[in-house]
Write a protein that binds this ligand. Structure first.
Ligand code: PLP
Length: 455
């Protein structure tokens, strides 16, 4: 005879609880742990990477897993199969879907605040061309100031020269210390630069602030600096966060800048090239334009940017596939960021200990990249030495890593003049860093100095 329990499909020893299972008379199922992507699946997603190279430089060009590359190819085929259908029915919808995902990831208030462009360089041109118009159309006066970090990215500095200086802006650089020990040092220097900007009654019209500087690499206390700008009456604030999305936490409503850009092809697994440009809704917002003018001119930056002539838009359409990829990891992109940060610090400390050097900043001032001092006996004495040494490491040791030159200060004995910027991304293995460690130790043991490298 069937027992009461059996009739209710409950195992003999189960007691009904006042929960959903009991009320619906369903057996309580054992919780099944979600299955996350395995190590071997990660390796196969990146099997197209050259296996002979220790690629510890995700920061420069990012990476794209094979499942996303396949998705991109599907989009390309969709276009090539029936371009007219795709243009009229698929493209705008696809770009809007990507923008919507980005809007949620960055906590923007409104979808109109999010445009997709090629890269951070394009985003900087959009913002700085607007500033140039503010000068040429009389909203700003010649001699009004713009403040930027000394460590601003080279291409962005050129853009400031091309658009702001040429329009009559007075550009002031924030001198940042390196190595750096605390956010306070950065905040102090930033305040000093703003004071210089405001000297003689000048107005500070623009602040360009990096979220994560490129070289040397440091996470800047951007929220605090934006707040200071607001208190000091800076007109417009542009955050160049080329590295940020997928690397450090970003929240548009918390950061409160006017413009903020980040590449998705660096730390967010997209193929090149795709970046978002956030622009807070304000009168300035409606005067932003894509540098390539096409049919949509005047319809708002997001719409202008979604058609800048016939070209391949597939990299802008794969954002949903990237989201699927990152959600295969425990805690999605948040978990990836956390584990990359922990790993890069561990690897950086391992290298610094072996070479008897130090990290360029404390762990709380870096995300998935960290600067590691190189032994001073390598004799790095110029930027050209850093490039030559990088080439040497690539060609002789199969290690890919960028190097920063730091000019020694007066009176320093055996100063560290070279710092390597190491990255950690999901595909990296411990062996990648051991290969780098051993390469430098071999150079030191054999008495190598940069003077031995030809021009
Ligand atoms: C801080 C910063 N800004 C801008 C850029 C330019 O990015 P992209 O070449 O994708 O335009 C970079 C690239 O590394 C960067 O590090």
């Amino acid at each position: 005879m069937a027992s009461h329990c059996e009739k209710n499909h409950l195992p003999p020893d189960s007691t009904p609880h006042l929960n959903g299972d009991a009320n619906t008379h369903l057996p309580k199922r054992p919780k099944i742990a979600p299955t996350f992507i395995s190590d071997s699946e990660i390796q196969s997603e990146f099997a197209h990477h050259d296996p002979s190279v220790a690629r510890i430089n995700n920061g420069s060009f990012g990476c794209c897993p094979s499942s996303v590359i396949s998705a991109q190819q599907q989009w390309q085929l969709k276009f090539l199969r029936q371009p007219d259908w795709f243009y009229f029915n698929g493209l705008k919808k696809g770009i809007l879907e990507s923008r919507t995902i980005i809007k949620d990831l960055i906590n923007a208030e409104h979808i109109d605040e999010v445009s997709i462009v090629d890269n951070a360089t394009t985003a900087a041109a959009i913002v700085l061309q607007k500033i140039a118009r503010d000068f040429s159309e009389g909203r700003f006066e010649k001699g009004d100031a713009a403040v930027m970090l000394h460590y601003a990215y080279g291409a962005v500095k050129k853009s400031i020269e091309a658009y702001v200086s040429r329009a009559g802006g007075h550009v002031i650089e924030v001198q940042l210390p390196f190595p750096v020990k605390s956010n306070d040092e950065i905040i102090f220097e930033f305040r000093k630069a703003l004071e210089r900007g405001k000297a003689n009654g000048r107005k500070v019209r623009l602040a360009v602030i990096d979220h994560i500087t490129s070289m040397p690499c440091v996470v800047i206390p951007v929220k605090e600096l934006v707040k200071i700008c607001r208190e000091e009456g800076v007109d417009q604030i542009f955050v160049d966060a080329a590295h940020a999305i997928g690397c450090t936490d970003i929240d548009m409503q918390e950061i409160d800048a006017d413009y903020y850009t980040s590449n998705l092809h660096k730390w967010f697994f997209c193929p090149p090239s795709i970046a978002f440009l956030y622009s807070r809704r304000s009168p300035n917002h409606s005067d932003l334009h894509h540098p390539v003018v096409s049919h949509e001119y005047g319809n708002g930056l997001a719409i202008e940017s979604a058609w800048i002539g016939t070209r391949d838009y597939s990299s802008q359409l794969v954002v949903p596939s990237v989201l699927k990829f990152v959600n295969r990891f425990e805690d999605g992109i948040k978990g990836i960021k956390k584990r990359n940060h922990e790993a890069v610090i561990k690897m950086g400390e391992m290298l610094a200990e072996s070479w008897k050097t130090h990290l360029g900043c404390p762990p709380n001032m870096c995300a998935s990249m960290v600067m590691v001092g190189l032994p001073s006996c390598l004799g790095i004495s110029s930027e050209s030495d850093t490039l030559k040494l990088r080439t040497h490491l690539r060609e002789e040791f199969r290690v890919e890593v960028p190097i920063y030159y730091r000019a020694p200060k007066k009176g320093e004995t055996a100063p560290i003049t070279g710092y390597a910027r190491i990255s950690h991304q999901v595909y990296n293995k411990f062996e990648d860093y051991v290969k780098f460690k051993d390469a430098i130790n071999e150079l030191v043991q054999t008495g190598f100095t940069c003077t031995q490298l030809s021009k």
